[in-house]
Design a protein around this ligand. Structure first.
Ligand code: 13P
Ligand code: SF4
Length: 304
């Protein structure tokens, strides 16, 4: 990555009226060239607000697909189509349909980290920024929640009047974070606040000060009186946290890496801008069905 290539990116963005959206877990080299950084919800909202013809989406597949579903008339370009979220692929739609049939009084809430096929048979989506708010907004007492059991448990603990049937998926990156790793850091940095993602295990959430989405953590850090923070999520969030809060100190979990997020590189973004490929293509009927639960979620907005 050099100045010449950065200039090329700037020129290509202008030439093709393109915007680069990037998730908070992207490599620093990608974060540095993004026009907008965000969590899943803010990226989806941003995708609906841009008037650019081409959206280069730096994140995993479900995020780029959501941008396309919400903007069927725009080109959404995903620099590496192999950047997938493994948790999204844990839902088997045949089994989910059976679960729906067995529980006709339940509504299906799917985390945005799902496939388009799963969204198409869901009543509403949510992200980590509004899971509790979404579930509490529903009329049914019974909710089928897919696919993250840690987020599902977190929502269940906060939406006590609801009865969640929780799919047994996990995020390998967050589920790997152990309570002991956090406590070891806390011993060395006793004044640090502990912020964790709700995709972490319940025992990790229990020892945290706050469980928040990635943008929730950014917003919290900006207004907190604390100067040091232990960050229980994918480690690259600390790059953005430090960039935007240079006077504060962040302690990442060094092993918390999402290998799929790392598949998007500076070179691939440049290549995508040169070729306007690979584009996200989704059958129109499927896209229409998946848009309904996504739009319902967007109308609810952030809950953190
Ligand atoms: P956020 O929406 O909080 O950024 O989380 C996305 C994600 O994939 C977490 O692993
Ligand atoms: Fe999926 Fe986990 Fe990676 Fe997020 S961190 S994209 S949930 S695998």
């Amino acid at each position: 990555m050099n100045k010449k290539n950065i200039d090329k990116i700037i020129q290509l963005k202008k030439k093709y009226n393109a915007i680069i959206l990037a998730h908070n877990y992207q490599l620093p080299e990608v974060q540095d060239i993004a026009d907008f950084l965000g969590d899943s919800l803010d990226l989806a909202i941003k995708a609906t607000k841009t008037d650019c013809d081409n959206i280069v989406f730096c994140g995993v597949d479900f995020m780029a697909q959501s941008a396309k579903i919400l903007n069927p008339d725009k080109n959404v370009i995903h620099p590496d189509i192999e950047a997938e979220c493994p948790m999204a692929n844990t839902v088997n739609t045949v089994e989910l349909l059976k679960l729906k049939k067995d529980n006709p009084d339940a509504e299906v809430v799917s985390y945005i980290n799902t496939t388009i096929e799963t969204k198409a048979i869901s009543d509403i989506c949510c992200t980590s920024a509004n899971g509790v708010k979404v579930v509490e907004s529903l009329h049914s007492k019974k909710i089928i929640f897919v696919p993250d059991k840690n987020l599902g448990n977190y929502i269940q603990r906060n939406a006590k009047d609801k009865e969640l049937i929780i799919w047994p998926g996990v995020c390998p990156t967050h589920h790997r974070i152990r309570k002991e790793e956090i406590l070891d850091l806390k011993k060395i940095h006793p004044d640090a606040e502990i912020l964790v993602h709700p995709e972490c295990r319940p025992e990790v959430i229990d020892i945290s000060d706050f469980a928040l989405s990635t943008n929730g953590m950014l917003n919290h850090v900006k207004k907190s009186d604390a100067n040091e923070f232990i960050i229980g999520t994918e480690k690259e969030l600390c790059y953005r946290l430090k960039n935007e809060n240079n006077d504060k100190i962040f302690y990442p979990i060094k092993t918390a890496i999402c290998p799929n997020m790392k598949k998007i590189t500076f070179e691939k973004v440049l290549n995508s801008l040169e070729t306007l490929e690979p584009k996200i293509e989704i059958p129109v009927e499927l896209m229409k069905k998946a848009k309904i639960p996504l739009k319902k979620m967007m109308d609810i907005g952030r809950g953190d």
